[in-house]
Design a protein around this ligand. Sequence first.
Ligand code: NAD
Length: 322
Amino acid sequence: MRIIVTGGAGRLGRSVASALAEAGHEVVSVDRTDPGLPGVEGRTADLLDHDATHELFATLRPDAVVHLAAIAVPFSAPEHVILSTNQTLAFTALTAGIAAGATRLLAASSPTVIGYGAPHGWTPEALPITEEHRVAPWNAYALSKVAIESTVAMLARAHGDTVVTGAFRPCFVVSPEEWEGAPTQQGHTIVDRLADPALAAVSLYNYVDARDAGRFVAAWIDRADARHSGEVYFVGADDALALAPLSTLLPAHVPSTAGFADGLIDRAAAFSSAKATAHLGWRPEHDWRSALSPAEAARLTDLLAADSGRPATTPAPAPAPR
Ligand SMILES: NC(=O)c1ccc[n+]([C@@H]2O[C@H](COP(=O)([O-])OP(=O)(O)OC[C@H]3O[C@@H](n4cnc5c(N)ncnc54)[C@H](O)[C@@H]3O)[C@@H](O)[C@H]2O)c1
C-alpha cells in the first residue's frame, strides 16, 4: 500500500513510518522536515496550507493516510493556536487523503480526551479506563483531539463503506532514544519519571513504546475493515510506568482515584488496550523494565539509593498531562 504519514519526522512519526516501511508499505512522510529514514520518502510541506496539501496529496495518490502532525504538547502554544492548528491539520490531511483516493484514514488522538489532571477535579468512572469512559476535555489540546475523533466519525458516516477511518489514543510515547536517556517531551527523562512518582501521576502512569505504537498503526492498516470504521482505540503498554502498584500510587498522588484503583495490583496499567487486541490482534511487545538501557537502569538504581535517606516526595502539581 502507498501510505502518507503526516508528521513522519516526529517522535511518534518516525517509529510509525519505519514500522509501515518494515511491513512492506511504500511510505511517504509529509512534514516540515524530512525524517531521513531508510525506506521512507520525505516530502516537506506546511499542512496548514489547504490548497497546497490537496495538490500534493493528489500527486502522491495514497491508498492510506496516517495523520500524526500536530502541536503535540498541551500548553506549548496559546490555547486558541493549539485548537485551530490541530483541528485544521486533521481536517485538511484527512479530506485531502479522501479526495486523492485514499480509502484508509487513521488519525492520532490522545488519552487526554478523558479529562484527567483537570485543575478543578476529575474522578474516573472506572479503572482500568476503556474506550467506553466518558470524554471530558479541559484544555485546548484535549478539545482538539475530541474534534479529531469527531472528524474521523463524521468521515465514516459521510463516506459509508467506501472508506475506513479510525482514531487512536497513544499513551505517553517513549521513543527508542528516550530509553537510552534522551529527554522526553516533558523535559525530564524516563528514569526521572520513574524515580519521582509525582511526575507520571498526572497521566495516570500511562506509556507506550513508540515501536509498539508503530506496530499498532501497521495492524490497523492491515486489519481494520468496514466494521471498525469510525472506531477509537487506546494504545498503551500492558504495565504502568511506575515502580510500585497503581493500587497504592494512584490514591496517594491522585486522591480522586481512591476506591477505583484497588484492582490495579502488581504491574497493572490504568488504561486498557483490550479493544485493539480484540479488533486488530495488536498487543504491545515492549515494557519499560526490558526497554530501559542498562546505563539508565543503573542510574535509576543509584537515584533510588540516594533518595532512600530522604523523606518521600510530596505529591505536587506536575506538568501538563499527556
Ligand atoms: N508523544 C506522545 O506522547 C503522544 C501521546 C498522545 C498523542 N500524541 C499525538 O501523536 C501525534 C504525534 O506526536 P509526536 O509526539 O510525534 O509529536 P512531534 O511534535 O514529535 O511531531 C509532530 C510532527 O508534526 C509536524 N507538524 C506540525 N505542524 C505541521 C505542519 N503545519 N505541517 C507539516 N508538519 C507539521 C512537526 O514538524 C513534527 O515533526 C500528535 O498528533 C500527538 O498529539 C502523542
